[in-house]
Design a protein around this ligand. Structure first.
Ligand SMILES: Cc1cc2nc3c(=O)[nH]c(=O)nc-3n(C[C@H](O)[C@H](O)[C@H](O)COP(=O)(O)O)c2cc1C
Length: 215
């Protein structure tokens, strides 16, 4: 796909080529690396955080803790999160206006026992933030490429009960030309790929494709 396509065509070309109808919020979500140097308002950040707050969780433990790096409201936090990113991610994250570091509380508040579902629930909360952002025209891109040890130190995260999980970038998308790295430009226009449903949806026993609605 030539990068001279207007932005709307570029985004449309990334819609999930789904076998079954998908809600547009899901079909339109993808993880760009080219972001516009454009601010996100405090109200929009509020909506993104509210989406996490109302996410489901085991025992309603709400194990997500979110360090919010907003270029205008919390620039120091932004810089600290940015500094934990690996160089590859820093390269494309520079124009991103919002970085959220998600941290899991690894114990249940009601009994102090380990919460083995904490990471699952942090993932749910992150998905909620992504979809709320998508509804506002804001794209997102999660990253495991960050230094968790540096995050513990930068934010004095209590080590006995909390674990940094991932950083997610939120911002308005841009054309691939916005990227300086040629390899990243190429991957920005690559087709999105997924394994077939039959390799992930099973019935009868593990590994046997569920064939109720697809062949
Ligand atoms: C937990 C997690 C960690 C990821 N880490 C990185 C990362 O460090 N750098 C990066 O460029 N993309 C990262 N990604 C983005 C994935 O590569 C991307 O979601 C995947 O290729 C599917 O593409 P899509 O989100 O556009 O559908 C990560 C995604 C997730 C969910």
């Amino acid at each position: 796909m030539p990068s001279s396509l207007p932005l709307s065509a570029h985004l449309q070309a990334h819609q999930s080529p789904a076998d079954y109808p998908l809600h547009p919020l899901l079909a339109n979500r993808w993880s760009p690396r080219a972001f516009a140097d454009e601010a996100i308002s405090s109200n929009q950040v509020g909506s993104i955080l509210e989406a996490a707050r109302w996410s489901a969780s085991c025992f309603n433990a709400q194990p997500w803790r979110l360090l919010v790096g907003h270029t205008t409201q919390s620039p120091e936090t932004y810089d600290k999160i940015f500094n934990t990113l690996v160089e590859f991610n820093q390269t494309w994250c520079k124009p991103v206006p919002l970085l959220i570091l998600a941290v899991a509380r690894t114990t249940f508040p009601h009994n102090g026992k380990p919460n083995p579902h904490a990471w699952h629930d942090v993932g749910l909360a992150t998905t909620s933030m992504m979809i709320q952002a998508q509804a506002m025209g804001i794209y997102s891109h999660s990253m495991a490429g960050f230094d968790a040890e540096a995050a513990y130190d930068a934010f004095a995260i209590p080590r006995n009960e909390y674990e940094p999980v991932a950083v997610t970038a939120f911002g308005y998308p841009a054309l691939p030309d916005a990227l300086t790295d040629d390899g990243m430009k190429d991957s920005e226009t690559a087709p999105r790929v997924r394994q077939p449903l039959g390799e992930m949806a099973f019935a009868n026993h593990f590994g046997q494709p569920f064939s109720g609605c697809f062949t």
